[in-house]
Design a protein around this ligand. Structure first.
Ligand code: NI
Length: 261
């Protein structure tokens, strides 16, 4: 019911490097959806927490499903949750935890607490470096501060849902990090992103959804899930003048290299 026929793949080529399957929008359909994804082309999913409560739900999903992995962290929009970085350290010791995330800076939704955001971001990068885990970075309207901090700490990881310039992308890549591309690339107003995708080395590109949000065209505005990555890959293939499955294969290898699964 949930999985459109045209998106079914013959092989499991999709790795969704950024999802939020703990989100309440999946309540009632979560198990059926996850099982159908794994039968129809989705090889692996990294589902990202936004605070301690969400991390516990995220780890429970990773325990339940072989193909689901977890990232644990405190999102800049969830600092009021009261979750501490020490709590994230404890949660991150779970064997299915492959990254610290989603962490970062958001000056679009919450700009009145920049100092606090910077402190949480830096402390969680220090934790990730100590544990030798990659980070999953959220950067909304905070490109300069994000890049400066990443340059300073040199973590491994990915800048998720990339929305910056080619210049910023190249700065991220120079640090050895990856660029995460999601459904936005299929939107008509995505002007800069195709240029970024053409400019960056192909071994630095990851695909993601950020589901339940940001479903690609023609499903924009609907409940998003990892199967829609087939559409994002199709668009990236058009931009690069290659085939969809080549993009899926390359980005799957890239995700394996970063997350070590
Ligand atoms: Ni996210």
């Amino acid at each position: 019911m949930i999985y459109p026929d045209e998106l079914k793949l013959f092989k499991n080529l999709i790795i969704d490097t950024h999802a939020h399957y703990d989100d309440e929008k999946f309540d009632g359909i979560r198990d059926e959806l996850l099982c159908s994804l794994n039968k129809n082309g989705v090889d692996k999913i990294v589902t990202c927490a936004v605070d301690g409560f969400s991390a516990e739900k995220t780890l429970a999903l990773a325990e339940k499903y072989d193909f689901v992995y977890a990232a644990v962290g405190i999102h800049p929009g969830n600092l009021q949750s009261g979750t501490t970085v020490e709590e994230i350290r404890v949660l991150s010791s779970h064997e299915k935890c492959v990254a610290i995330g989603e962490i970062g800076l958001d000056y679009y939704w919450t700009s009145d607490n920049r100092k606090e955001q910077l402190k949480f971001f830096e402390d969680q990068i220090i934790l990730a470096n100590e544990l030798d885990l990659p980070i999953i970075v959220h950067d909304r309207d905070a490109h300069a501060d994000t890049l400066e901090i990443l340059k300073h700490y040199k973590p491994q990881g990915v800048l998720h849902c990339f929305s910056g310039s080619t210049e910023t992308a190249m700065g991220i890549i120079k640090l050895g990090m990856y660029i995460g591309v999601g459904g936005i690339v299929t939107f008509k107003n995505a002007k800069k992103l195709p240029e970024v995708i053409k400019a960056i080395p192909k071994d630095r590109l990851l695909l993601e959804t950020d589901c339940p949000y940001l479903a690609p065209e023609p499903y924009r505005g609907k409940l998003c899930h990892s199967g829609y990555i087939a559409l994002t890959a199709q668009k990236v293939a058009e931009i690069l003048g290659t085939k969809r499955d080549e993009v899926l294969y390359q980005t799957r290898e890239n995700a394996k290299n970063l997350f070590g699964f």
